[in-house]
Design a protein around this ligand. Structure first.
Ligand SMILES: [Zn+2]
Length: 85
């Protein structure tokens, strides 16, 4: 009877320890996935048509099918194109 009780206690302790570890692992994994998603979110890299610098899509400006890193470069590029036309 005593042995059974000890086994039960050991089993319970192991079970809860395992559960806690599993939860910690899951939280850690979710955190990592969140971080991954954050870095990939709109994480498409695009190139400024003027200075060729790469930047995340979120920070870029889109105009006439081209990407730009700033309004300054957008204006310069569009001015240049207007001159060429
Ligand atoms: Zn630029």
């Amino acid at each position: 009877m005593n042995l059974l009780l000890i086994r039960l206690i050991i089993f319970a302790v192991l079970f809860f320890a395992g559960l806690k570890l599993y939860r910690m692992y899951r939280e850690w994994k979710l955190d990592r996935e969140d971080a991954d998603q954050a870095s990939h979110q709109g994480g498409q890299m695009v190139r400024c048509a003027w200075c060729q610098v790469h930047l995340p899509e979120n920070d870029a400006l889109r105009e006439k099918g081209e990407w730009f890193c700033s309004t300054d470069h957008r204006d310069k590029y569009l001015e240049e194109r207007r001159r060429e036309d």
